[in-house]
Design a binder for this molecule. Structure first.
Ligand code: FPP
Length: 244
C-alpha cells in the first residue's frame, strides 16, 4: 500500500503564511562535481544555475527577500582558480541582472566587505544597486566576502567612528550598521549539503530564524525541496522567547 494513493496530493504550502525572508547556504557544489568526475568549479557553475531557478521561484510564489551565501570571508583560503571561478560567476550573474532585473522586478544587494573585490565587480555592484533603487519587487541579497563576525565588528567600528558612546549602544543602533540594515531578519534559513551548522552566516540576524537542513546537494536542490522547507517552516511554532 503506497503512502499516498494516486489521487491524494502532497500537502501544499499556505501562501498566506509564507516566510517573508528566506536565506540559503548554498553548500555541496564541490561534492556534486566530484561525484560526476568534474572540476569543483563546474559544481559552482551548476550552483549558480540553481540560484537563478530558486530565486525565480521565490519571486513567483511571493517571497519578499532571498539571501544567499556565495563567498565567505574564509573562502579566500580556497585555491586561486576556485576563487576566480566564483568571482567570474558573480560577474556573469551581475551582467545578466543589469540587463534584466528591472524588467523582471528583482532588486539586488551585495552584503559583505566589498573592498577587496575587483574594480570590475565593484562597478557592476554599483550599477545593480542604482537599478535596484528604482525597481520594485523581490530583493535578492548575495553575500560576498561576508562573515557574520566580520559584519558585527564592522558595525561596532562604524558606531564608534561616528562618535557613539558605549553606554548608549543599543541593539537597534548596531543593527542599523550591519550590511543587512533595513532588511528584516530571515524567517527561514536553509542549508543543503548535509552539514548541520551555519558557518558564520547571518549570526546576528538568525537569532530567531527557523533552520532547515537537507542532505540534497545545492546543484540538485529543486523547487519541490523549497516547498518542503516552507512546509516544515509552516509547521513550526514561533514564540520568539515568549509564550503562546
Ligand atoms: C559551498 O559549496 C559553495 C561555495 C563556497 C560557493 C557558492 C557560489 C556559487 C553557487 C556561485 C555564486 C554565484 C551566484 C550567481 C550567486 P562547497 O564548494 O563548499 O561544496 P562542498 O562542501 O561539496 O565542497
Amino acid at each position: 500500500m503506497p503512502l499516498f494513493s494516486k489521487k491524494s496530493k502532497p500537502p501544499t504550502i499556505n501562501s498566506a503564511r509564507l516566510p517573508k525572508h528566506i536565506a540559503i547556504i548554498m553548500d555541496g557544489n564541490g561534492r556534486w562535481a566530484k561525484a560526476r568526475g568534474l572540476p569543483r568549479t563546474a559544481g559552482h557553475a551548476a550552483g549558480a544555475e540553481t540560484f537563478r531557478r530558486i530565486a525565480t521561484y521565490c519571486k513567483d510564489i511571493g517571497v519578499d527577500y532571498l539571501t544567499v551565501y556565495a563567498f565567505s570571508t574564509e573562502n579566500w583560503k580556497r585555491p586561486e582558480d576556485e576563487v576566480q571561478a566564483i568571482m567570474g560567476l558573480l560577474e556573469k550573474y551581475l551582467a545578466e541582472a543589469i540587463e534584466k532585473m528591472e524588467r523582471d522586478g528583482v532588486r539586488l544587494k551585495i552584503l559583505g566587505d566589498t573592498s577587496p573585490l575587483s574594480p570590475k565587480l565593484l562597478q557592476m555592484i554599483r550599477q545593480t544597486e542604482a537599478i535596484s533603487a528604482r525597481t520594485q519587487g523581490m530583493q535578492a541579497n548575495i553575500c560576498v566576502n561576508y562573515g557574520g563576525r566580520d559584519e558585527i565588528v564592522h558595525a561596532a567600528r562604524a558606531y564608534m567612528r561616528q562618535g557613539g558612546k558605549p553606554e548608549e549602544l543599543t541593539e537597534a543602533a548596531l543593527a542599523e550598521r550591519l550590511y543587512s540594515a533595513g532588511i528584516p531578519d530571515p524567517d527561514l534559513i536553509i542549508r543543503p549539503g548535509g552539514e548541520y551548522r551555519t558557518s558564520n552566516f547571518l549570526l546576528w540576524q538568525s537569532a530567531y530564524s527557523e533552520l532547515y537542513f537537507t542532505d540534497t546537494l545545492w546543484p540538485d536542490f529543486k523547487e519541490r525541496e523549497l516547498d518542503r522547507a516552507i512546509l516544515a517552516y509552516q509547521s513550526r511554532d514561533r514564540r520568539f522567547g515568549g509564550l503562546k
